[in-house]
Design a protein around this ligand. Structure first.
Ligand SMILES: [Fe+2]
Ligand SMILES: [Fe+2]
Length: 419
């Protein structure tokens, strides 16, 4: 802790770019002191920015000793032609409202599919599009429209562009998956991840349905059944379940995030020897942890830009909204995962500002896994961190996350990589 302010110079938060690594310590001013806020070599994330904004901090302080480093940092941003972020949180190409609308149109009307689930040489009765930048273009489809073929190309698995289908074609795609599953499974020796792909794809459908109609009792039952399937899959192959979490180049979707958080929470829970019944409770809470997001404006939730302080407040409401949606339908332990996944060990989380042991074990697990998945997911305005970068960040934010769980988490995922 430092008491003099003379040796520090101010930098506005808006002059630091989100998702850049700062190689200098940053300090904040309290009523009487300047105190260390973040150590050097940590990324300045969207979370950091929101944390500062919610505490009304607009100016940071940096030691005079680091002035050269800060100058270099700004110089590098300039040299890289770093894009400016507008006051609404948009940067190019989304600083053009037309592009934002195009993006929303694609995002809300199309569903990303995994090309690994398509059987080369098979005929399809639905249309598949290539997703390019913010638009889609027809790729494969029936009826020889625009000269397209309805046969899945032999090299489909080698292509490196994301593919999507129109939401209206989802039932046809579901049927296709069902029809080829048994045939494909017989070939599973040649396509080792296929059964995991199918579980993941079916899980996404189930979670998508739940998020669309969270009050529906049938959907709650479906959620329980899904958690059991995921639990069995993970326990059958504890060191290789990361096949369920395939990294995709698609944008963030709440249903994919929910599936990842559920699988990783069960994996982490198993690595600390929780009982099977506890893992099921934890898994259900993790699967439904963001269910309250269905009451947040989807344009805010899926904004292709950094949220403003007001928008962030709207998104934060998802935690308490979940409570109203689920009521008494899930156990107390499952509910703790949901209500506490944004709490931080330091007490700076939300919505209850719980600290340390006040946070349920399931809440602490949920917080780590949720943060990890958010870091390693691509957004239109940010790249995905590699697992290594995410581990580094998690273990350096000592005050916010349960460090003994972080260590277990890193070991667990490390074993997966080796498997
Ligand atoms: Fe959340
Ligand atoms: Fe989340």
């Amino acid at each position: 802790m430092v008491t003099k302010t003379l040796n520090y110079f101010p930098v506005a938060t808006k002059d630091l770019k989100v998702n850049t690594i700062l190689d200098f310590d940053i300090f904040i001013q309290t009523s009487s002191n300047i105190i260390l806020f973040r150590k050097q070599n940590l990324p300045f994330t969207e979370n950091t920015l929101h944390n500062l904004a919610s505490n009304k901090v607009k100016t940071l302080f940096i030691s005079e000793d680091d002035r050269d480093k800060v100058d270099n940092y700004h110089q590098t941003l300039q040299n890289n032609n770093s894009t400016n972020i507008s006051s609404e949180g948009f940067s190019a190409p989304f600083d053009n409202p037309e592009n934002v609308e195009k993006y929303y149109k694609t995002y809300f009307n199309y569903y990303p599919i995994e090309k690994e689930n398509l059987l080369p040489g098979s005929r399809i009765n639905f249309n598949i599009c290539k997703q390019s930048n913010i638009d889609v273009e027809p790729y494969i489809g029936p009826g020889n429209k625009n000269g397209l073929s309805d046969v899945v190309p032999e090299n489909i698995h080698e292509s490196n562009f994301p593919i999507v289908i129109h939401n209206g074609d989802i039932p046809l795609y579901k049927e296709y998956i069902k029809n080829i599953a048994s045939e494909h499974l017989q070939l599973s020796k040649n396509i080792p991840d296929f059964q995991y792909n199918i579980i993941r794809e079916n899980s996404k459908f189930v979670i998508r349905d739940i998020l669309e109609d969270p009050k529906n009792q049938d959907n709650t039952h479906q959620a329980s059944e899904l958690v059991e399937t995921l639990f069995n899959t993970i326990m059958d192959n504890k060191n290789n379940f990361n096949r369920l979490l395939k990294i995709t180049t698609h944008d963030y979707y709440t249903y994919t995030h929910s599936l990842n958080v559920c699988s990783l929470s069960i994996g982490l829970g198993a690595s600390i020897n929780l009982k099977d019944s506890e893992l099921i409770e934890l898994g259900l809470g993790a699967l439904l942890h963001d269910i309250g997001k269905c009451s947040v404006d989807p344009r805010i939730l899926n904004k292709p830009g950094i949220l403003t302080a007001e928008e962030f407040k709207d998104v934060q409401c998802h935690v308490t909204a979940s409570k109203g949606l689920l009521g008494q339908r899930i156990s107390k332990n499952s509910l703790s995962t949901i209500l506490q996944h944004h709490e931080k060990m330091s007490g700076s989380g939300y919505p209850y500002n719980l600290a340390g042991d006040q946070i349920h074990l399931f809440g602490r697990i949920g917080a780590i896994v949720d943060f990890y998945d958010a870091l390693t997911t691509k957004r239109p305005y940010k790249k995905a961190y590699t697992p290594f970068e995410a581990f580094q960040l998690l273990s350096e934010v000592k005050e916010d996350y349960d460090q003994s769980l972080i260590k277990r988490f890193i070991v667990m995922l490390g074993n997966q990589v080796k498997a």
